[in-house]
Design a protein around this ligand. Sequence first.
Ligand code: PRP
Ligand code: MN
Ligand code: MG
Length: 182
Amino acid sequence: MVDYTLKEIISAKDIQNRVKELARDIEEDYRNREVSEVIFVGILKGAFIFLADLLRNLNLPAKVDFMRISTYGLNTVSSEEIKITKDIELDIRDKHVLLVEDIVDTGYSLKWVVDYLLTKKPASLKVCVFIDKKERRRCAVEVDYVGFTVEQGFLVGYGLDYSEKYRHLPGIYEVCFSGVRT
Ligand code: PRP
Ligand code: MN
Ligand code: MG
């Protein structure tokens, strides 16, 4: 068994404030471009809380869809190992799409999903990521909206999990392992 503790690195209050700012930025950008409707696509499972908070702070006509991909194991080394396990259900052709992710780590998931959605010929595709984590980036991805930038650490909370645990936590925590294995 590995012992660990959770250390708060972003409080629930800071998250809510930042989400409001992001929502304002997004709203303003789409208004300026005179976009009348945006389809938000969340990547399950991690993005579900961020997407819900973002939408509830937005004053913009929005539709919502989800997709889920599997990355075969914890350490994805190649985007070729990615498969769709649930596709989007709305037709995004000629629509304005905002892809919403909880975290970009190596970048493989996001890059793959962006390339996939582009094959469906949306009018525009922008990317909004709650946490941009730099440490393990292997694949360059363009992100239009970033909530927080974090250098490193195994993060949980606000949708992010450790073996499916802690997604419900309202803040972001770093998992600190004590290194004891018995
Ligand atoms: C996590 C996270 C991102 C992805 C980021 O999802 O939610 O989707 O990994 O990793 P990458 O940048 O290295 O590709 P995960 O596969 O754990 O599924 P989950 O969202 O259901 O937890
Ligand atoms: Mn995910
Ligand atoms: Mg996960």
